[in-house]
Write a protein that binds this ligand. Structure first.
Ligand code: CA
Length: 235
């Protein structure tokens, strides 16, 4: 497994690199956002995950994540955010990060988060190889292919990020039940602290755009006033 570390603070970068290599990972280091984009555009698919600091000289971590996703690079991103800045978390998820870790952090927690991210990816991937074929869910003339993280309609194929797929899977598993934003944050994002729940709303807007014929009057991914959301399978 190969990890790209994008971090300008030398001592943090060294610490991460040392620990990752001790755990058997290969690593590559980029000390700024521009270099990271250069490395990734040259050959973006060779990394299994990217550890991405937000505060970087020239091009910041949000921009790096956004550019990557725009160029259809969906390598899982663990974003390192400044502490006590919930807006960074929101912004991070919106830019395409899959998970985040506030600085400063314990290396043990870092490894756990990174391994969680890699496991999640393996979990989605492995189902491709299951003897029963791919795990495909059909709704509203669209196919959600969880194995390949794709949503296909007659006219387009949309790539789902890990977080979009995880949220969608959670909503489908709980179809018919109203689930609160707080529960979603805990179950899907593993966030227990008081994070701004708007992060979820933005994901819901995106999922509606994929699933609904008229996203502004949703029939599948309904808002339940005062509670949260309900996924409705039978329309
Ligand atoms: Ca930094």
């Amino acid at each position: 497994m190969k990890i790209l570390i994008v971090e300008d603070e030398q001592h943090i970068a060294d610490g991460l690199q040392f620990n990752l290599e001790a755990e058997g990972f290969e690593t590559e280091l980029a000390a700024d956002g521009k270099l990271a984009l250069d490395i990734l555009s040259a050959n973006g698919s060779r990394f299994d995950a990217i550890v991405l600091d937000v505060m970087l000289p020239d091009v910041d971590g949000f921009t790096v994540a956004k550019r990557l996703r725009e160029t259809e690079n969906f390598t899982p991103i663990l974003m390192l955010t400044a502490r006590n800045r919930p807006e960074d978390v929101l912004h991070g998820f919106e830019s395409g990060a899959d998970d985040y870790l506030p600085k400063p952090f314990e290396l043990q927690i870092f490894m756990a988060r990174l391994n969680g991210l890699l496991r999640r990816r393996e979990w989605f991937k492995k189902e491709t190889k299951s003897p029963n074929g791919n795990e495909i869910f059909e709704i509203n003339n669209r196919l959600i292919d969880f194995s390949n993280l794709e949503l296909r309609s007659e006219t387009e194929t949309v790539h789902l990020t890990l977080m979009e797929a995880k949220l969608l899977r959670y909503l489908i598993e709980n179809a018919g039940t109203a689930v609160s934003r707080k529960t979603i944050l805990e179950e899907v994002w593993d966030l227990n602290e008081e994070t701004d729940t708007r992060a979820i709303d933005n994901f819901i807007v995106r999922l509606r755009r994929y699933l609904e014929d008229a996203p502004e009057t949703p029939k599948i991914l309904q808002t339940v006033r005062g509670v949260g959301y309900r996924f409705v399978i039978d329309n």
